[in-house]
Design a protein around this ligand. Structure first.
Ligand SMILES: Cc1cc2nc3c(=O)[nH]c(=O)nc-3n(C[C@H](O)[C@H](O)[C@H](O)COP(=O)(O)O)c2cc1C
Length: 199
């Protein structure tokens, strides 16, 4: 299923095409494509070029590690994410590599890397669905994530599947229109709350 963004202004088709489906096909993701996803993430920009991101990834054919990843997700996400052939965690470093000081942009940069990965997934005809619904303490303990890092999101990746295979409540959400706040509500000029004239 495709669900392109209905935009007020023209945007790149890749951005319009990306969305977060819950229906995944059982087809595994080719290893070269997997590598391409993380190559894309690798080239995201970051403060001091610190690259403060780490991805912990499990593919479905690696049953033990896949189950460990699934066990980190909240039950509401397990319902649909268990069909995804690839599950991962996005982890942000808390400190800079060059001086060990707190990196206030670590999570911002990890998010940029994840966003870049998701767009690359879209370009490869894959889908990706990010999740805040996971248990960070479980993830930290399960994967020995050090004190210097924080798991910020989980992500399910794979090929789009059939919506009809989802439970009915999720089918409804899958078919619901995609909505966004208007540009005027978040693009300001001069002072907070003053919409920029071009929006
Ligand atoms: C950081 C983050 C956390 C999210 N957490 C969840 C989640 O736990 N479960 C879920 O079903 N979707 C989750 N989503 C997906 C959002 O609900 C989705 O991106 C949003 O509704 C916009 O839809 P779109 O991605 O299809 O444009 C999350 C997305 C992001 C970026």
């Amino acid at each position: 299923m495709e669900k392109p963004a209905i935009t007020d202004h023209e945007i790149h088709p890749l951005i319009a095409q990306r969305w977060s489906p819950r229906a995944f096909d059982s087809k595994l993701v080719e290893t070269e494509k997997l590598a391409q996803l993380f190559e894309a993430a690798r080239w995201a920009s970051s403060c001091f070029n610190d690259q403060p991101w780490t991805f912990i990834v499990a593919t479905k054919d690696d049953k033990v590690n896949y189950q460990k990843m699934l066990d980190c997700l909240v039950p509401a996400n397990v319902v649909w994410a268990q069909a995804a052939p690839v599950l991962g965690l996005v982890v942000a470093q808390k400190t800079f590599k060059h001086n060990g000081k707190p990196n206030a942009w670590g999570e911002y940069d990890a998010g940029q890397a994840a966003a870049t990965l998701v767009l690359q997934a879209t370009a490869l005809n894959l889908v990706a669905h990010q999740m805040g619904g996971f248990d960070a303490a479980t993830a930290i303990a399960t994967f020995n994530i050090p004190e210097t890092a924080r798991p910020v999101a989980a992500i399910a990746i794979g090929y789009a599947g059939e919506t009809k295979n989802l439970p009915s409540d999720l089918q409804e959400r899958e078919n619901a229109p995609r909505e966004r706040h208007p540009l005027s509500s978040f693009v300001f000029t001069g002072a907070w709350g003053n919409s920029a004239p071009f929006v």
